[in-house]
Design a binder for this molecule. Structure first.
Ligand code: ADP
Ligand code: MG
Length: 671
């Protein structure tokens, strides 16, 4: 068996298992050994029957003295056995595993591991793991630290354990080391093969931990090496045009803005302009919370391109956003006579003539727009686009082998350590603060007992201050599309609130409305004809109603921090005091506590990161963000260590060759 073999190479693993294993993301033997335990059951203490103690978890070796199925009520079957060793006897029970008496007949020498319970004067082993003892066979399920895995229907931990053990016994598995010995010594890391074996079948927890560390480092090192290669390849390309940075004009433009740039905007502008004057094209990620003012930074970059007589292409994820940018840039560049064209899938004919700035959706990639001299590509809300779409747009804007400057922007608050690993090939600028003058959105966690009081308060806010309110229904299941159940929940909440708010006007918005109906509802809310808009959680993007000042979220504990933060960002868009009411039935919830304390997406991202498992950061999972198997994004120490290791590998040809061979980096380097 080889690592690249499909799981069906394992004896007795057929198509039925293939389908089940796929649910766990396992297709090859390599995937299988990368399916690491969530924990270990400690069955390492082996005791004699006489010494059994209540409530301890132990292993016992003995012979089955008697065993039988006992039929209870309904279809319930209990397996009762008596185990015997030289010191005494103890009772054993299993539930609904009627095959056990057949496979463990009287006289079988077995090891049992599990918890001892007291029943009357007797010690009873309840639902223990069992393993028939055979000469020369090492223990897998009993008498040791036993791995417990993420399971799925038809795939138990016991099954996984047996198969993984079998795979390791295969002589030609060949888990090759790719880190130089020097690195293993310097960082006190176990060999790769040893690490894989120890993560599944450790002798001590310390061994397991070290193994896990080694495997996590693999993931990070691999990601970082890929970034370094991409970065190097990028830096070998030339910018399409050598740009001059007219400092004076830029300063004057900034001086004429209706506001003063925040400190981080000023720093980011400086970083962007420095990049644009270099001998290789810019490849920068501008990260900033919703409302932090990324657009103006991009606009200043576009101005530089324009002043050099070159074009800029701006790609936004939705038509609403593209239109918004179109309006914004037209306002900003009014005096300069910059020609701006809007390209969306709805725009019919592309006879744009002379254009300085193209703004559009992904239609920019496919429509027959002529980019003759693009010096700058801006990609807004980058997480909404696939890697290919991004690459495609850049390629379209290239001239032969030379590349335009690329500015990528995102409101997903990815912590710095994470960004440096996942997007290590991009340089990073961060907008750390919101423009001054924004009021803090008052955020309250509201228990069920205060629901009526809150409704009364909302009613008064509407009547006295013409406040407008969003009501977000509970999240029923996490899914990108709305289920029927979700829509039903919103509809019933809508009916319910009509009874509570008799004097106010209530609207309902969900994804299954026809686009015309949606438009009407949003328009009515915008124009104040609707006071309270009941909406499903899925409806979020693009609804920008500055007059809305109250955000009410039902069953807030079900939402991730990222969603809560995005939803709260729908209010607080004017200088009027805004409120966010988090309704919850749970007594205390860490996430809601964090929401109350913090307004910053970055801070919340850090909190979120610390609370979640590998891969799951801030709902970016669904956007194709790097999925970690073993490592955790929250482990900033390991991330830093891995960067160091990756850099050493990258700068040492011998080390690099060894690593590249194993990791099939050759292919990646070609991209
Ligand atoms: P985002 O980072 O979410 O894309 P925008 O660029 O849309 O944010 O900016 C949000 C709003 O803040 C816009 O109305 C913009 O004009 C305004 N804005 C941007 N920078 C500043 C600033 N330094 N001071 C005050 N308002 C600003
Ligand atoms: Mg924006």
């Amino acid at each position: 068996m080889k690592l690249t073999d499909p799981v069906t190479k394992i004896p007795t693993v057929g198509n039925a298992y293939l389908i089940r294993l796929k649910k766990l993301g396992i297709e090859t033997l390599e995937d299988l050994i990368n399916h690491v335990p969530t924990r270990y059951a400690d069955f390492s203490k082996v005791v004699k029957i006489k010494a059994l103690e209540e409530k301890t978890t132990v292993s016992v070796i003995g012979t089955i003295k008697s065993i039988k199925n006992e039929y209870a009520r309904g279809r319930f079957v209990i397996q009762k056995a008596v185990l015997q060793d030289e010191t005494g006897e103890c009772d054993v029970v299993w539930f609904n595993q009627r095959f056990i008496p057949r496979i463990l007949p009287k006289g079988t020498l077995i090891a049992l591991s599990g918890k001892i319970e007291r029943q009357g004067s007797k010690s009873v082993l309840t639902s223990p793991e069992y393993e028939v003892i055979k000469e020369g066979k090492e223990p897998i399920h009993t008498r040791r630290l036993v791995p417990v895995y993420p399971e799925t229907k038809g795939i138990s931990s016991k099954w996984l354990r047996s198969k993984i053990h079998l795979v390791f016994e295969s002589a030609d598995l060949m888990i090759k080391e790719f880190l130089a010995d020097r690195l293993l010594t310097d960082y006190h890391l176990p060999q790769l093969e040893e690490a894989y074996k120890n993560v599944h079948f450790p002798n001590h927890l310390i061994e397991a931990e070290l193994a896990r560390k080694r495997l996590a480092i693999n993931e990070f090192v691999f990601l970082h090496l890929k970034s370094l290669i991409r970065k190097n390849n990028w830096q070998k390309t030339k910018p399409t045009y050598k740009l001059k940075i007219a400092k004076g004009v830029v300063t004057e433009f900034i001086g004429c803005l209706p506001f003063k740039l925040t400190d981080s905007q000023a720093t980011s502008v400086k970083e962007v302009l420095e990049d644009m004057g270099k001998n290789f094209p810019m490849n920068r990620l501008l990260e900033g919370d919703v409302g932090s003012g990324k657009t103006v930074v991009a606009a200043i970059a576009a101005l530089v391109s324009f002043l050099n007589g070159k074009q800029t292409v701006v790609m936004a994820p939705t038509q609403i956003l593209a239109e918004q940018h179109f309006t914004t840039l037209n306002d900003l560049f009014e005096r300069l006579k910059v020609r701006i064209s809007l390209v969306t899938s709805a725009s019919k004919k592309i006879a744009l003539g002379k254009t300085d700035i193209f703004i559009g959706t992904h239609a920019l990639i496919h429509k027959k727009v002529i980019f003759d001299n693009v010096a700058l590509v801006v990609i807004d809300e980058q997480h909404r686009f696939g890697v290919e779409q991004r690459a495609h747009l850049i390629k379209r804007s290239r001239k032969g082998t030379v590349s335009p400057h690329v500015l990528t922007m995102t409101a997903t608050p990815i912590p710095r350590t994470v960004a440096l690993t996942a997007y290590g090939d991009l340089d990073l600028s961060t907008l750390k603060e919101l423009p001054t003058g924004r009021k803090i959105i008052k955020t309250w966690v509201i228990p069920e007992t205060k629901r009526n009081g809150a409704y009364t308060w909302i009613g008064k806010q509407i009547d006295a201050l013409r406040a407008q309110v969003f009501v977000i229904c509970p999240l029923i299941e996490e899914s990108a599309t709305e289920s029927m159940q979700q829509i039903k929940a919103a509809t019933s909440e809508f009916e319910n609130l009509k009874k509570v708010f008799k004097n106010q006007k209530i609207g309902l918005l969900h994804g299954r409305l026809k686009s015309k109906e949606k438009q009407t509802v949003v328009e009515n809310f915008r124009s104040g004809k609707i006071d309270i808009l009941v909406s499903t959680p899925v409806v979020e993007v693009g609804i920008d109603v500055p007059a809305a000042t109250i955000m009410l979220i039902e069953a807030a504990e079900r939402f991730g921090l990222a969603s809560l933060h995005q939803l709260r960002g729908r209010v607080g868009r004017s200088n009027v005091q805004s409120y966010c009411l988090l309704f919850t039935k749970s007594a205390y919830n860490k996430r809601l506590g964090a929401m109350k304390k913090s307004m910053s997406g970055f801070e919340l991202a850090e909190v979120d990161l610390a609370m979640r498992g590998p891969g799951e950061i801030l709902g970016v999972k669904q956007h194709g963000f790097v999925d970690l198997k073993i490592a955790k994004w929250s482990d900033s120490f390991l991330i830093k260590l891995s960067h160091e290791i990756a850099n050493r590998i990258y700068t040492d040809p011998a080390m690099f060759k060894k690593a590249a061979k194993f990791m099939r980096l050759g292919n990646i380097a070609m991209n």
